[in-house]
Design a protein around this ligand. Structure first.
Ligand code: SF4
Ligand code: SF4
Length: 415
């Protein structure tokens, strides 16, 4: 049939689903609700029904936004359904409504892609944190509680400075990589970017940080704003096109997954850039990590970011790197591959489901009793940190490259 409903552009993709149900047990919202409509198969059925004109568009709205966009269903699906793409196209037809929708659209259009504005905002938030006004605000305005709980301590200004445009390799030079700084990463996780550059240079790679790069467009794409996402991707394409490097290295799983989709967003030039993208752990694992010279005595649970495991198919590389650190004990936990409930802005817009999803993971982490929870995505780091604090876990939360960096520094400090 020729689809003529509002979701005609997702119709062909929905036909890939053979209704086998193999994805159901890996879907966090299905696990929580037990409802077919809150499962991948149920959502695809709704999308297809809308596309065929059998179901009104409004019927898919709630489920389009209750879905975490974690893409665990893609990993489980034997039929190759590209659920993330179907979801983004569906969301474009049912934009988020109300104050949350307006606020999200404003932040994703007017603040996040503009580095100076984001920097000003984060600077103001840092002052608010220093004065303790964030806790006061959260007490007075319940709507602020979730954001206050999730926002990590903002690093001092010096640690939020942009990285130098070129950082030379240490020792024997093995190659040259370009680093994506990202939008949120330098502001809230500047030390992770610095640690990434140190680990790469210690492993023999020149690191270039191309000027003109910026926000990757992932959050905008997940929110259904494909044209803004493509515009941001074009900016990165221009910035990275001229860099003569072995790889474009990314330390944020959400950004890496987005860059790897630039071919879908921008055609052949985007595909060329996408082909050079590597997550930092994947890259170090591929080229062979120089053995960290220092020890790190810690029990570490690695927790898979969805957009690294399901979006990029990278799961073993971070574990291999961590296991290579002398003294580090890598401890498995049962819920590592499931979403933590962060999912971009999901933990702010769907706080109840986000907390329910996180609770399973925290129970699994509590049973494993790690000293450190490691994960490679800023949203996951924030969610896990806030969750661990709230649950009284004594574990700190860190990016895997921070642990590699700490082991490197520890080795240098040895007499
Ligand atoms: S993306 Fe995640 S939450 Fe959404 S349907 Fe797939 S598994 Fe479920
Ligand atoms: S596993 Fe794939 S084909 Fe099977 S129901 Fe889920 S989405 Fe459809």
């Amino acid at each position: 049939m020729t689809p003529d409903g509002p979701l005609a552009d997702v119709y062909a993709g929905t036909l890939d689903c053979v209704h086998c149900g193999l994805c159901l047990s890996s879907c966090p919202t299905y696990r929580e609700t037990g409802r077919e409509t809150s499962s991948p198969r149920g959502r695809i059925y709704l999308m297809r029904g809308v596309a065929e004109g059998r179901i009104p568009l409004g019927a898919v709205e709630e489920e389009a936004w209750l879905c975490l966009g974690c893409r665990a269903c893609e990993t489980a699906c034997p039929s190759g359904v590209r659920f993330g793409s179907l979801l983004e196209k569906t969301r474009a037809s049912v934009p988020r409504r109300g104050w949350a929708g307006h606020l999200e659209a404003f932040a994703l259009r007017r603040v996040v892609p503009h580095r100076r504005r984001l920097r000003l905002l984060v600077g103001a938030l840092a002052a608010v944190q220093r004065l303790g006004l964030d806790a006061l605000g959260a007490r007075l305005l319940p709507r602020l509680r979730e954001s206050q709980r999730l926002l990590p301590p903002i690093p001092p200004r010096a640690q939020r400075a942009p990285l130098p445009p070129r950082i030379p390799a240490e020792g024997a030079r093995r190659g040259c990589v370009a680093l994506l700084e990202g939008c949120v990463m330098p502001e809230l996780f500047g030390p992770v970017n610095a640690a990434t550059a140190r680990v790469l240079t210690r492993n023999g790679f020149d690191v270039v940080v191309p000027e003109g790069q910026g926000c990757c467009g992932a959050l905008q794409a997940h929110a259904g704003d494909a044209s803004l996402a493509a515009g941001l991707a074009e900016r990165n394409l221009r910035a990275f096109a001229a860099a003569r490097v072995d790889a474009v290295v990314v330390n944020s799983a959400g950004c890496g997954a987005a860059l790897r989709e630039y071919g879908d967003w921008l055609g052949a030039p985007g595909a060329e850039l996408a082909g050079r993208v590597r997550d930092v752990c994947e890259f170090l694992d591929e080229v062979g990590l120089a053995a960290p010279p220092g020890r790190l005595e810690a029990r570490v649970c690695y927790d898979d970011p969805c957009h690294l495991l399901h979006g990029q198919g990278v799961g073993e590389a971070p574990r291999r790197l961590l296991a290579a650190i002398p003294g580090l004990e890598l401890v498995p936990h049962d819920d590592a591959a499931a979403c933590c409930g962060a999912a971009g802005t999901y933990n702010l817009t769907q706080p109840e489901m986000s907390r329910a999803v996180l609770a399973r993971k925290l129970a699994s982490l509590a049973a494993a009793a790690p000293d450190v929870i490691a994960s490679g995505n800023p949203g996951c780091l924030m969610q896990l940190r806030a969750g661990a604090l709230g649950a009284g876990l004594r574990a700190r939360v860190a990016h895997p490259v921070e642990l590699l960096d700490e082991a490197g520094v520890a080795g240098r400090e040895r007499p």
